[in-house]
Each structure stands twice: as C-alpha cells, then as structure tokens.
Design a protein around this ligand. Structure first.
Ligand code: ARG
Length: 561
C-alpha cells in the first residue's frame, strides 16, 4: 500500500520518487489518516506556501480507487485507504513466514566485538550490558541477512598479569584458586596493590614477569593460561544462563605476535614519534590526545592490540562494519584507534569502524546478594531474578508445568528487557519491583501477552491456513493492531541503522499493548465463524510477532507462565 501511495503522489506532483518516499509518514493517530504527506520541505524548491502545495497535489491526485478519502490539513495531505483493501494488503504482507527478515545484508559481514570481560576480574553488571546489547545487534543483523562474527575480545593480556603472577607466588596457593576462582584472583590482585604501595620493588617484579610472558617463558605462560581458563569457565556459566554464545573467543593475547607488524607499519608510514622514551602517534591535528603505541620498556598496550585486531579482522573477514560495544568511557580510546587505522591509508575506517557506547547501570534500591562488598556479579543478578520468579510462580501458579525452565526464561528475560527498553546511551536504573512487574512496561508483560495468545489458540480449533474474510477486520482496535504488526520489517531496519535494540523492545511493547486493547474491545471466540477466524488470525499474528521481536532481544517466550 505504501508503495502505491508513493506512486500516486509521485505521479501527481512530478516530484522525485525517492524524495516522496522519504517524506511520507505514518501519522500518530488514526483520525489523521493511514499515511500523511507533509509539504513543508517542498516550499523552497517549489516557491509556494506549503498548504498551497498540499492543496495543489491533492487536487491533481483527484479520485483514486484505493482511497476512501483524501484530506488536506495545513501542509499535510492525509490519505485514508479503503479499509478492506488496506486490511487485505496488510494481511498479505505480514502473514508470511519470516516476516521481518530481509536479505539486504546478503553477502556482507558484520563483526561485533562485545562482552569482552577482563580475565581474573569479575563479570560485572557493565559487562552484562555490552553482552546483552551486542547479542541483540547480532540477532538484528542476522535477521537482515548479514553474516555476523561474534567476537569476544577478552582482556587476557597486559601488565596486570605480571602483578597476578607475583601475588600468586607470594600469597596464593593452588587450592584456593581452584576453589574460589575469580574471587580469589581478585583478592590476590587487591593484595598486590596494597603491598606494592609499601614496597615499590614489587612493581619491578611484576614488570619482569610480564616481560617473561611476552618472551614466552613457560612457567609464566602456564600460570597465566591457568588464570585464563579459570576465568573463562566462570564467564561461560554466565553466558549459558543468558543462552548466549560467541563465534570467537579471541582475546588480546591472540594479537601478541601481531603487534610488531603494527609498529613496523606505523614506522614505515612515518607516523611513530618518540615521546619521553615511549612511542606514540600524534593526533593533535585531530584534537585528540596522542595514541600510545609502545611503552618505554618496549611493551605494547591495549590500543596496540586493538590496532592489530582491526587489521586482522579486516583481512580475515573483509567486514562491512566492525562494531565495538563498550561503555562511554572508552570513547577516546576508540576514536584514537580508528583514526590511526585511517592514517595508515585505510579509507574504509571512517564508515566501517563504529563505537557503540552505552550508559551506566545504577542499582537503585536493589538488594543484591554479592560475594564480596559492593562488587556485583552479573551471574548473581540473573540467579536472583530467576529465584524471584520462582517465588511468584509458587504463589500464583503452583501447578505450572516446567516451572524451573519458565522461571529461567522469565527471570532472565526481565533483566534483558529492562536493559534494552531504553536508548542504550541512557543510564539504566535497576529496581526489582520495576523489572519484574507483570503489568508494567517489562519483559514479563510482553511474555505474558504472548502466553495469552498461545492459550487462546490452544483452546480452539483454529487452522492457520483458513482464508480470512478481510471485511471482518474493520474496527479500529483490530486495524490498529494489524498496522502495528506491519511495522516490524521497518523496525528491524531502523534498529540496525541506529544500532539500537530499544527500537525493537519498544515495538514489542507497542504490539503487546495494541493487542490488549483489541482483546478488551473485541471478543475473539464468537459464534460467527468468519469473524472468529479473522480475529483468531490476528491473535496468531500477534503471537508470532511477539515471539520474533523478543527473539531479536535474546529473550525466549514460554507457552505458559
Ligand atoms: N576488556 C575491555 C573492558 O572490559 C573491553 C574490550 C572491548 N573491545 C576492544 N576491542 N577493545 O573494558
């Protein structure tokens, strides 16, 4: 229908079709028509007042058979499409397998670098956000036909491991590390800093051990590898609770034999400068602090390994884009890395390398069980959510089948939805009664709406393939719901374009709310078979859309809850 309206306007106005397509809007309220064409922007080129332009075009359009009426209001032309035709076309578009998918990404690869916790440190709530956002972007791009490489750029290399080795040798033992895992490694790390404050020689020892690591000392590397394995095992527990996975665990250590090449390339390009014994790339011209490449002692840093990683990934996957999901505090770091890559003669860097920052998580009024002090483990929050949902089920629906599985889907879903519902750059405040409120704007509410649809369909003999009489779906709540569902493909594209899963989360909420309105206004299981089938069709389409949109957020739907 939209295409037809665009054609009609293009023909009447003799404007460029793409221009018309770009301007055409879906009005916020049904009484403003099904589509609206604003004429403000045309005033300059056509040298006429916008309302006059609108009236002119409307007159030229005249009578068209798909239109019930045409209205000009100020600078707008509002199009009211004949309802049965509109419904028919919306059903034809949306009632298909894979609705929302597209192949615009066919043959193209997107790398997403996300989650990436730091080995020997806890997987905290900040890493939970990058994990959730990155995973959702993966689903969204996959839906659009892209090949996505999910990369976990673990923080598994750097001077901190020299410190850990020293601390372990002095104050640690095998049993404690085996038993307490990351918590013990963190204790050792803190202990190192306390002691090093009193005795600077410890820092020299740590530097020594890191340089042993860089030179391939077997003892150093085997302790380091053990720390990595222990940490990874814990992180994988969190990923499995979330139902998420990666294509590559390629941490910083993966690039340790690739940084020399970066340094050489920078040198050849004349980009390296000495500064107080260190090597840097001066970025003054671009209003940025210099990018540190190599320290005085010859060791490389985070940025050097990121430079190597960009070049490696471009070479291996020839990505269309490489996205980095981290907190805002790394904004400068990525700006520097991207600029240096560009200065190496890679024009593609400008459009292809994208930092995707997100806001902070504050744990307002949330009582969280933590293993030590105020360090919040992501896994603890997830487990607590699941436990709380179990309590709710025990109270409200004790006979539910697969209680544990449902509690997991709903508990984890609640956390994910809460994280993705607002624009990613906004800070997330976390309150249990808000996150788990079944009537609020929450994951459980959308899942519950899904279950209602499932239950209606379960309790009736409804055949998916019944031919629907479109004239049965003519009342406002039903049409509004159908229109809402029809937005799905555009929603997926918008979300990808803005790197913004919240667009999908909001959409799932809009569909759930439109469904409630429809369900309250229209009885579904009526006597009249044609009417019943038409309404059941809407229920079934709603069900599918809710499931598919939540899936893009990494959230599952239970059939009952
Ligand atoms: N390990 C880092 C951190 O926890 C995030 C790494 C992000 N990715 C990258 N290529 N630098 O802050």
């Amino acid at each position: 229908m939209k295409e037809q309206i665009i054609d009609i306007i293009t023909k009447a106005s003799e404007l460029d079709r793409d221009l018309v397509a770009g301007l055409l809007e879906i009005p916020p309220k049904a009484d403003m028509g099904d589509y609206a064409f604003p004429c403000f922007q045309l005033a300059k080129t056509l040298r006429k007042a916008p309302p006059l332009i609108a009236a002119d075009i409307a007159e030229k359009i005249g009578d068209v058979d798909i239109l019930e009426k045409l209205e000009t209001k100020g600078a707008y032309i509002n199009f009211f499409i004949k309802k049965d035709m509109f419904v028919k076309s919306m059903l034809e578009t949306a009632d298909v397998d894979n609705f929302g998918s597209s192949d615009i990404g066919k043959g193209k690869t997107i790398c997403i670098d996300y989650s990436s916790p730091n080995v020997a440190k806890n997987f905290h709530v900040g890493h939970l956000r990058t994990t959730i956002i990155g995973n959702s972007l993966y689903k969204i791009y996959t839906k659009l036909g892209y090949k996505v490489e999910r990369i976990n750029h673990l923080g598994d290399w750097g001077t901190q491991f020299g410190k850990l080795i020293v601390a372990y040798k002095k104050w640690g033992n095998k049993e404690d590390v085996e038993r307490d895992g990351v918590a013990e490694l963190m204790r050792l790390y803190v202990k190192f800093h306390e002691e090093a404050d009193k005795d600077d020689a410890l820092n020299d020892e740590a530097r020594h051990w890191f340089s042993e690591m860089e030179q391939g000392n077997e003892e150093a590397l085997s302790i380091w590898q053990w720390f990595v394995d222990i940490s990874l095992k814990e992180y994988k527990g969190t990923y499995s609770l979330l139902g998420m996975d990666f294509d590559h665990f390629m941490g910083e250590s993966f690039y340790r034999d690739k940084t020399a090449d970066v340094v050489e390339r920078l040198n050849k390009a004349g980009l390296l400068k000495e500064s107080e014994g260190a090597k840097i790339v001066d970025l003054d011209e671009y209003n940025m602090a210099p990018c540190l490449i190599m320290k005085k002692d010859g060791s490389t840093i985070y940025a050097t390994r990121d430079l190597a990683a960009v070049l490696y990934r471009k070479e291996r996957w020839n990505f269309e884009k490489c996205l980095y999901v981290t907190g805002q505090e790394q904004k400068l770091h990525f700006a520097q890395v991207f600029k240096v890559i560009e200065l190496l003669g890679n024009g593609w860097a400008k459009d292809s390398l994208v930092h995707i920052p997100y806001g902070l998580v504050s744990l307002e009024g949330a009582k969280l069980s933590t293993r030590s002090g105020n360090i919040i483990y992501a896994e603890d929050i997830l487990k607590e959510a699941i436990a709380k949902v179990k309590d709710i089920i025990a109270e409200k629906n004790p006979d539910l089948k697969d209680k544990d599985e449902v509690a997991k889907i709903v508990g984890v879903g609640a956390i994910l939805f809460n994280d993705l519902y607002n624009q990613r750059i906004k800070d997330v405040s976390f309150k249990w009664d808000k996150v788990l409120n079944f009537d609020g704007e929450t994951g459980p509410y959308v899942q519950y709406t899904y279950c209602r649809c499932a239950s209606i369909l379960r309790n009736t003999s409804y055949d998916e393939n019944t031919q629907i009489e479109c004239s049965q779906i003519l009342d406002e709540p039903a049409i509004t719901l159908l229109k809402e569902i029809n937005r799905f493909p555009q929603v997926v594209k918008d979300a990808a374009e803005k790197y913004e899963p919240s667009v999908v989360a909001r959409f799932s909420m809009d569909v759930a709310q439109s469904f409630s309105r429809f369900y309250n206004a229209d009885k579904v299981l009526v006597e009249d078979e044609q009417l019943r089938n038409a309404r059941l069709k809407l229920v079934s389409m709603t069900k599918r859309t809710l499931k598919d949109s939540l899936a893009l957020l990494g959230i599952d739907c239970p059939e009952q809850m």
